[in-house]
Write a protein that binds this ligand. Structure first.
Ligand code: ZN
Length: 282
């Protein structure tokens, strides 16, 4: 089986992941062939050769540990958007290490609650309850308890890869009115299309991790990053057109979400950081 590195996503892929046409046009061993996925999001790499996307010229984004992002007293809404193997679970562990003591009950809804890695969570966070899939009755019950006792309890609701709840009424409530009754919510999804539209509008903090392909990167850059003044300032002056700036941002996003790094957009304070986990788990 023959493999080849794609010049755009830099992943080593099976030769079948490259279209015959591209391979022939570029020569089988050419340094400039792209996989089928990247052909859909063609970026003229020659133009950006020699650019450092990790340390571009000019002002840098500040790197801070993920747990330091969570200095909130009030209830918060967090969106996390990242593919599998992005370092997401480790990031969630770091976040919970910081905030778990601030909450009475943490509910962790997971599509995969029996996974080995979650043993760390169950062992270390005694106020956390791991629940397979999503169960709205739990949210209703917690809400009912708080309405009976003047919002005495603080809840943190974590939904990890729960994709069938986008339009669930109770989820819309979590992102809006339930914040006033001591609910904080973190929704983690692999694709933006699974995110409740309210969550996007109401977010205090958006965490963006590695994406598996350029189509996803394109969507995220368009939706969350393009136009952000701090990011736009990082783009070298010589890239003038909107397309050049978008392509630069896509490559920047890709380089800076590799190795379990994330980009964090603190919507509340209009700040943007690079972030990573302090403690690594496996
Ligand atoms: Zn590729």
């Amino acid at each position: 089986m023959s493999t080849k590195e794609c010049v755009q996503c830099l992943e080593t892929k099976d030769i079948n992941d490259f279209s015959k046409k591209t391979l022939l046009a570029s020569g089988l061993h050419s340094r400039y062939s792209r996989c089928k996925e990247c052909m859909k999001q063609y970026i003229p790499m020659e133009k950006y050769k020699g650019e450092s996307f990790i340390k571009p010229s000019g002002e840098q984004l500040k790197m801070i540990y993920a747990d330091d992002l969570f200095d909130y007293d009030e209830s918060i809404v967090v969106s996390l958007l990242a593919s599998s193997k992005s370092g997401k679970t480790t990031l969630l562990y770091n976040i919970l290490s910081k905030i778990s003591k601030n909450y009475d009950i943490i509910i962790f809804f997971s599509a995969n609650s029996k996974a080995k890695i979650y043993k760390n969570f169950v062992d270390d966070f005694k106020n956390m309850i791991m629940v397979q899939d999503f169960d709205p009755r739990i949210i209703h019950a917690l809400h009912h308890i708080n309405s009976e006792c003047g919002n005495q309890f603080r809840y943190f609701i974590l939904m990890d890869d729960i994709i069938n709840v986008k339009y669930a009424p109770v989820v819309a409530e979590l992102f809006s009115t339930y914040r006033n009754t001591n609910f904080s919510t973190l929704h983690s999804v692999q694709y933006a299309k699974y995110m409740n539209p309210n969550a996007r509008a109401q977010c205090h903090l958006i965490l963006l991790g590695r994406h598996n392909n350029m189509n996803q990167i394109e969507k995220t850059v368009n939706e969350y990053l393009y136009g952000n003044d701090k990011l736009m300032k990082l783009i070298p002056e010589k890239y003038k057109s909107k397309q050049e700036k978008l392509d630069w941002l896509k490559l920047y996003f890709q380089a800076n979400t590799d190795n379990k790094n994330f980009i964090a957009y603190d919507v509340l304070n209009n700040k943007i950081y690079k972030t990573k986990s302090k403690v690594l788990i496996s």
